[in-house]
Design a protein around this ligand. Structure first.
Ligand code: ACO
Length: 337
């Protein structure tokens, strides 16, 4: 069975916000931000919301894959920053792109969200329920960032990425029974890992509206993103190498066989440290954090789309995609392009 990513797309807002711009708003500097994170600028939405960015990325992925919106049977949208509590952002995208035959729902796993959604798509296809799934990772963190808090506001940006996942061979298309996944030598999604540790939820969090006091009439409050940066850093540089090694070991694939490690873009130093622990050169760990900052659920599919459009992904290439985020959560997928 070949479960393949056949199309990629992404969208980032036009508005560029540089480190210098932020230095005019909070007590920070281009030098501090660049040296601690690798970020030079980020894109911040001037008006387009989460579902609007997601729909743009989705249209581009459909066009790239030559798939019509009406052929999509399921939309899985990963985000922590939906425009509404309901309807879901996935339903809003379904309406915007005219995916009239698709079921649609959101997945919440913060920066690991895209990997979780991709793995869910894979499972639905393997189980024979769906043949064509649109997977989107999108966040508009500028909505929940406290623009007066220099320790967090310099890190994030807005953006969306999408992929179309489909069953390639006609023989595999069916709506029945369980089937084996891909074997390691055929193109497609080969293996996946997901995990969570809810006991560390406080390390990185953003409260929704608090409960108002029914008796006194106190208004509910809306929270900002808060983070223990050093704890997240330590978690990421330990957990990412661990799950990548586990993913490869369970797939009987060697580190040297992987062309690119497409990692969540949270901090250049985190990617560098993961590469060092795995003993792989940075040429195999593409980064774009300097342009976009941390776009949360958007970061992995945006990077994947860039690699695809730059012609850097050749048939048969092995890729690892991996992410980590609030929850805490982590996930990885092994793909033969
Ligand atoms: N500009 C200038 N100074 C700053 C800034 C800023 N923007 N932010 C913090 N500082 C100051 C602090 O106040 C502190 O000052 P002090 O020593 O006088 O108290 C000093 O810089 C050092 O602060 P630290 O927090 O120790 O800095 P650190 O080297 O740990 O870097 C950072 C902070 C960049 C956040 C780092 O911890 C990190 O990258 N952590 C990972 C965070 C991450 O990836 N978050 C993504 C969350 S979402 C997700 O993707 C999972």
């Amino acid at each position: 069975m070949r479960i393949k990513i056949v199309g990629t797309g992404s969208y980032v807002p036009e508005r560029v916000v540089t480190n210098e711009d932020l230095a005019g708003m909070v007590d920070t500097s281009d030098e501090w931000i660049k040296s601690r994170t690798g970020i030079c600028q980020r894109r911040i939405s001037d008006g387009i919301g989460t579902s609007g960015m997601a729909a743009m990325a989705a249209r581009r992925a459909l066009a790239n894959g030559g798939v019509r919106a009406e052929e999509i049977q399921l939309i899985l949208l990963a985000t922590s920053t939906p425009d509404c509590h309901f309807p879901s952002s996935a339903c809003q995208v379904q309406r915007e792109i005219g995916a009239v035959h698709a079921a649609a729902y959101d997945i919440s796993a913060a920066c690991s969200g895209f990997i979780f959604a991709l793995n869910t798509a894979y499972s639905f296809i393997v189980s024979g329920f769906y043949n064509n799934v649109l997977v989107i990772g999108v966040d508009c963190l500028s909505k929940v960032v406290d623009w007066k808090d220099r320790s967090t506001c310099v890190l994030f940006g807005d953006g969306a990425g999408a992929v179309v996942v489909t069953v390639e061979s006609e023989a595999d298309k069916a709506v029945s029974g369980n089937k084996a996944g891909n074997s390691a030598d055929v193109p497609g999604i080969l293996h996946m890992i997901m995990g969570a540790d809810g006991t560390k939820g406080h390390v990185l969090s953003c409260e929704s509206r608090t409960v108002g006091n029914f008796l006194t009439g106190t208004e509910p409050l809306t929270g900002y993103l808060s983070m223990d940066g050093q704890e997240v850093f330590k978690f990421a540089v330990k957990k990412m190498p661990e799950i990548i090694e586990q993913l490869l070991e369970e797939s009987n694939v060697k580190l040297e066989e992987i062309k690119y490690f497409v990692l969540h873009q949270a901090n250049y130093r985190i990617s560098e440290s993961i590469a060092k622990r795995l003993k792989i050169p940075m040429e195999r760990v593409p980064v774009n954090i300097e342009k976009y900052g941390n776009t949360s659920a958007g970061s992995v599919p945006i990077l994947l789309d860039e690699l695809n459009r730059e012609g850097k992904l050749k048939d048969g290439d092995l890729l690892v995609m991996a992410g980590f985020g609030a929850g805490l959560t982590w996930g990885a997928a092994l793909i033969r392009w």
